[in-house]
Design a binder for this molecule. Structure first.
Ligand code: FES
Length: 103
């Protein structure tokens, strides 16, 4: 199966906020934006499945709205070094391309 590409407009994502995008039945991603920088991570909180894209975001860390698990969205690392899946993002002007690896 080939990689999948998600295309968005940067201005669809609130500056200093996030947008949750449904990729398929099993995957949603949370896309965060600060100015002209964006990061995409798996929306599913590794603790118990909360929606990270709906958590409080301070520009670096997002806090899961369910029980407070924190993730550095730029590094894809959560509390106690727990990895959170991060997806490659390419930005050209207002176009944002996110690559979802096959499999
Ligand atoms: S589900 Fe995210 S902290 Fe519990």
């Amino acid at each position: 199966m080939a990689d999948k590409t998600i295309k968005l407009k940067c201005d669809e994502i609130p500056d200093g906020g996030a947008k949750v995008v449904v990729v398929n039945d099993r995957l949603k991603i949370a896309v965060f934006r600060v100015g002209d920088k964006c990061a995409a991570i798996n929306n599913r909180c590794p603790h118990a499945g909360g929606s990270l894209g709906e958590g409080a975001f301070d520009g670096t860390m997002v806090q899961c709205p369910l029980h407070g698990f924190k993730v550095d969205v730029w590094k894809g690392v959560g509390n106690a070094g727990k990895p959170v899946q991060k997806f490659p993002v390419e930005i050209k002007g207002n176009e944002l391309k996110i690559t979802i690896p096959a499999g």
